[in-house]
Design a binder for this molecule. Structure first.
Ligand code: ATP
Ligand code: MG
Ligand code: MG
Ligand code: MG
Length: 573
């Protein structure tokens, strides 16, 4: 590939709107261009990277025996009514109408569509097990799309769905996908970890997430440090993490003084979790804890109508000593409302502020909700509420707790790049999907579903692999593996010729190589190649040709080396 015939458009300036390194670097490298909030065009350069990720995902899915299909992104409302998710999925579901006034959703996920396909296609246990997958654009109307393609509204996902006759079959299909995911992230050259996870809006029994480890990650992960060097110990998203025995609890953090009252953001987060369209109803959020005397303290915040904060009271009462989840009964007592206080409660009930809490005590708070387990578990710290200094202060588990495998829990941050679920019969049952079993009786198949954020992986990889000069791609994801940079090609035909010959030879050896024949001065040319993260750079110059050498530098090396042709070829992959 000749760069002069490509479209590379890099920027020197750091874009002001980008908070994360990956977002900044993707914009500066010209990989993506924003069209609207959370909606991006992938430039030719960006697309090369995206396609590399996709290729690895596809190869490993095929190798694991999954078969590819392609489902529509537009899905009829009726299908979503069958599972009850037209209402339950919440604000992330983008609903649209056609000219006949029929309603559709832009697919945020495809359990309904695949189950509809399966109930038409599958009739006998002999067709099972089978795992279908696709790589396709999804749309989720995220409350706060941010960090570029990391949390986009339109994004590329690989989603797979398995069908088995029984629970053992489902577990085996799940294990295959777990192994395939492990191979995918290993091949992509990422530092990652599989952790136990909450099943969220998708539902089901068992589930694990795959996280790329990075300090900027939105999720916190608790993992068990057993002193051994293995990655198989207990590890869980803190949303679900449990400790076998508590360690010493830190006092409410000083850092929490900056934490705001449970405002709009909390309400939005809880409302989203509960699948309630916030704009149309009245919402409340409860904060509960115990003061130093052991007295329960409850504060309610109400949000009315269109994100308008109605009533919030937090003030100056000494710190809470202890916390737990507000029970539904407690919340109802204070609200005087029917069950489902987060459901459509109209008009606003009077709110009684039971106590004011010192802001510092917010370290020990939970967010109320109308079902157990949907409390602090569902809040995404940092995204939904300001992140305190030590995440340990606000979790079910803290650094130093004992894990069930005897290790000590440690907290690290991760970016969720994959999520696998054992769904059981939930969708097949709701949608009347059956196959005839060996005895000739109708049986409901057991499903699993498996997602990978293909486009998010690109950003996550950059979070983990960059330096001051730019992106440092793992080889498997780089837009090109080798850049052959030509010094002064226009005035030095011999150099241009030698560089082209080297480019052609490397390409013939199967290397993904780009010839930088744009005629840029060395400084800007090298800066571009570093910014876009090409793993291997070879410089062809008049001086080098005279000496019979090429200048070689790995993206991760600090110094360039002068190598003859044979040594150069040895260095390249
Ligand atoms: P998150 O917790 O980050 O919102 P999720 O749990 O809602 O993700 P899943 O339903 O598990 O996402 O979807 C499968 C995968 O799709 C995720 O593991 C993630 O990699 C990717 N993904 C989800 N939402 C987005 C998004 N808004 N932008 C980019 N990728 C996403
Ligand atoms: Mg989500
Ligand atoms: Mg998640
Ligand atoms: Mg998930």
């Amino acid at each position: 590939m000749r760069l002069s015939q490509f479209h590379l458009h890099t920027e020197k300036e750091t874009p002001a709107e980008a908070e994360l390194a990956s977002h900044r670097l993707m914009l500066r490298a010209g990989m993506i261009r924003k069209l609207a909030a959370g909606i991006y065009t992938w430039s030719p350069l960006g697309l090369r990277v995206l396609r590399k990720v996709e290729a690895v995902v596809r190869e490993e899915m095929n190798a694991a025996g999954a078969v590819e299909l392609l489902m529509p992104s537009i899905q009829p409302r009726e299908l979503w009514e069958e599972t009850g998710r037209w209402e339950k999925f919440g604000g992330q579901l983008l609903k649209i109408r056609d000219r006949k006034d029929a309603e559709y959703a832009y697919g945020p996920t495809h359990e309904e569509v695949i189950t509809d396909f399966a109930r038409q296609e599958l009739s006998s246990y002999r067709q099972l097990p089978v795992t279908f997958y696709q790589v396709q654009a999804k749309f989720r109307d995220e409350i706060r799309p941010r960090f570029g393609v990391m949390r986009a509204r339109e994004f590329l996902m690989k989603d797979a769905y398995s069908f088995d006759v029984d629970a053992e079959g489902m577990a085996a299909s799940y294990a295959k996908m777990h192994a395939a995911y492990t191979r995918i992230f290993s091949r992509l050259g990422l530092r990652f970890r599989a952790v136990l996870a909450d099943t969220g809006a998708i539902g089901g029994d068992a589930s694990q997430e795959f996280h790329v480890l990075a300090d900027s990650g939105e999720d916190a992960i608790a993992w068990s440090d057993t002193g051994r060097d293995d990655a198989d110990g207990y590890a869980a998203n803190v949303e679900t993490a449990r400790a076998a025995a508590p360690g010493p609890r830190p006092a409410a953090s000083e850092a929490m003084r900056d934490v705001d009252t449970p405002t709009q953001k909390t309400c939005e987060a809880v409302a989203e979790l509960m699948g309630i369209p916030l704009a149309r109803t009245v919402k409340s959020v409860a904060v509960v804890g115990r003061d130093a005397e052991g007295q329960p303290q409850l504060v309610l915040a109400m949000v009315r109508g269109d994100h308008e904060v109605n009533e919030i009271k937090l003030g100056k009462v000494p710190g809470l000593a202890d916390y737990r989840m507000a029970t539904e009964a407690e919340i109802l007592e204070h609200l005087g409302s029917e069950p489902g206080f987060l459901g459509p409660v109209a008009p606003a009930k009077p709110v009684r502020v039971v106590a004011d809490l010192e802001v510092a005590a917010m370290a020990d708070f939970v967010v109320g909700a109308n079902r157990a387990g949907a409390h602090i578990a569902g809040v995404n710290w940092g995204r939904d509420l300001p992140e305190p200094d030590t995440v340990a202060d606000i979790r079910n588990v803290v650094e130093g707790d004992r894990a069930e495998d005897g290790g000590t829990l440690r907290l690290i941050r991760g970016i969720e790049v994959g999520h696998i679920f054992q769904l059981g019969r939930k969708y097949a049952e709701a949608m009347g999907c059956t196959v005839l079993d060996a005895a000739g009786k109708a049986a409901v198949p057991m499903m699993g579903c498996y997602g990978i954020g293909v486009s998010r992986i690109v950003a996550a990889a950059i979070e983990q692999n960059h330096d001051d000069a730019g992106i440092v791609w793992p080889e498997a994801m780089a837009p090109w593996t080798v850049a052959v940079c030509v010094i002064n090609p226009k005035n030095d035909p011999a150099v241009a010729e030698a560089a082209t010959a080297l480019h052609d030879e490397l390409a013939a050896r199967g290397l993904d190589v780009v010839l930088d024949d744009r005629g840029l001065r060395p400084g800007p040319m090298f800066a571009d190649m570093e910014l876009i993260g090409i793993p291997h750079r070879v410089v062809v110059s008049g001086r080098g040709l005279e000496a019979g050498t090429f200048e070689y530098r790995a993206r991760t090396a600090t110094e360039a080396e002068h190598l003859d042709r044979a040594s150069l070829l040895e260095r390249l992959p």
